[in-house]
Unconditional design. Structure first.
Length: 433
């Protein structure tokens, strides 16, 4: 990296620190405010745009209609938080561009173009959104332009058929001619080995990938430094996003205790500066989950209302049973619904022997329809509802971008299995009950 490049990065960092010092002065009050979103959509045929609260992504808060290429929506809020907009058709396809903004008292304006022209997009309204724009511009100039340069080079190799190694291509050809499930699995395992050892790609593709990885590592270190040196609402948002990303990537595996300790110190710094901000609870819940929720870890207690309105304590349920299965689910998660149905005969067989199931559903703006769904499915066990995610249970159990999860807990409170199959649950219960 040249001296000029380093000087540019230092200058941009100082600009961001200056912006951060301004944002620190943004005051909080417990008086409710209104943020009015007004948008203009240019050159694309879309009938709706979805609104997400960033701390609860991917569950959207509202579907905003687009009429005559414009949209408008109001958000009532107390503390400024980050939200995102996503075009409905892109969200459904799984390939989407998100538009990040802070709620600010007054209006936030959006001018949104097709994805190929997203450099023309403009989001204005308030000092916090100006900070987001400045931050994103800095990242693009410092890192993303260079990353995309090598990404384009990789695309050229793929188009020319020279991105993959000869060993990979031989296996790919064999896979196309193989029909037996066991034989196909063997080939796929060999391909995974090549991918994990870096031997799946040609020397040139490996070089481009290595450069991209190096730049991404530099980006992450830069962002970490920015969060550590800048106590602003923008860095608070970045810190929350980073913690949730860590929780998502760990897949209910034990994490380094020092990571949790350092993160807790950062949280203390932010929460003392921005007292009352909801990011504190989101991050605290996620850190608690990172520390505890894994096989061999310990359950996190909660009290939630059942569909009958009475409060249910997880700790008391565990104390009065030999095994408790937490069944987190969503109405849109068809695998979750299928698993729940397969669990019903197992529950009926072992419920008198000390086996309990607690269903836990998120009720975000759909409470009545959720009750109707539960009644229709006729679950034989209690279903609890974390209404509007107020209790933060899904954060505590690190179920961030998934429709649900299963946790089998024994009478001592130990998590004996995370996401076990129905057969694994049956085997565990048959052995101990």
């Amino acid at each position: 990296m040249g001296v000029k490049h380093i000087q540019m990065k230092t200058r941009m960092f100082k600009i961001l620190l200056f912006f951060g010092s301004i944002i620190i002065s943004v005051s909080f009050s417990e008086k409710e405010k209104t943020c009015v979103l007004k948008g203009e959509v240019i050159g694309r045929d879309s009938d709706a745009i979805l609104l997400f609260k960033r701390s609860q992504f991917p569950k959207y808060k509202a579907e905003i209609p687009i009429k005559d290429s414009t949209f408008e929506y109001s958000i009532n809020f107390i503390y400024p938080e980050t939200y995102e907009l996503v075009f409905k058709e892109e969200f459904k396809s799984g390939s989407m561009k998100t538009y990040l903004f802070f709620t600010e008292d007054g209006e936030v304006h959006f001018t949104l173009h097709p994805r190929e022209d997203d450099s023309k997009n403009v989001i204005t309204g308030g000092i916090l959104n100006a900070a987001i724009k400045n931050y994103q511009l800095t990242l693009r100039e410092m890192f993303w332009d260079e990353i995309m340069l090598y990404s384009d080079s990789l695309t050229t190799l793929y188009e020319a058929g020279t991105a993959m190694s000869e060993a990979w291509n031989i296996l790919q050809e064999k896979l196309g001619k193989t029909t037996g499930q066991a034989a196909r699995k063997k080939i796929l395992d060999e391909q995974n080995f090549l991918r994990n050892t870096g031997k799946a790609y040609s020397p040139q593709a490996r070089r481009y990938n290595a450069i991209q990885d190096s730049i991404m590592k530099e980006l992450k270190l830069w962002e970490f430094k920015y969060i550590e040196e800048n106590t602003s609402l923008l860095s608070y948002h970045l810190f929350m996003k980073d913690i949730k990303r860590t929780a998502k990537s760990c897949c209910w595996e034990p994490v380094d205790a020092s990571l949790v300790r350092i993160s807790q110190q950062s949280l203390n710094r932010f929460s003392s500066k921005f007292k009352g901000h909801p990011y504190k609870d989101v991050i605290s819940n996620t850190l608690e989950g990172l520390s505890n929720i894994h096989e061999g870890g310990r359950f996190i207690d909660f009290n939630l209302p059942s569909v009958y309105g009475d409060n249910v304590s997880l700790a008391k349920t565990i104390k009065s049973n030999r095994f408790v299965l937490l069944d987190f689910w969503s109405t849109w998660c068809s695998p979750c619904i299928k698993t729940s149905k397969e669990l019903m005969p197992i529950y009926e067989k072992y419920k008198e022997s000390g086996f309990a199931v607690l269903g836990i559903a998120q009720g975000n703006g759909e409470y009545e329809s959720l009750l109707s769904f539960i009644e229709k499915e006729n679950y034989p066990w209690l279903n609890l509802i974390d209404r509007d995610s107020k209790a933060g249970i899904w954060d505590k159990y690190n179920i961030l971008s998934q429709g649900g999860a299963l946790f089998l807990i024994n009478s001592s409170g130990k998590i004996v299995a995370v996401n076990p199959s129905v057969d694994e649950i049956q085997k565990q219960l048959a052995e101990f009950l």
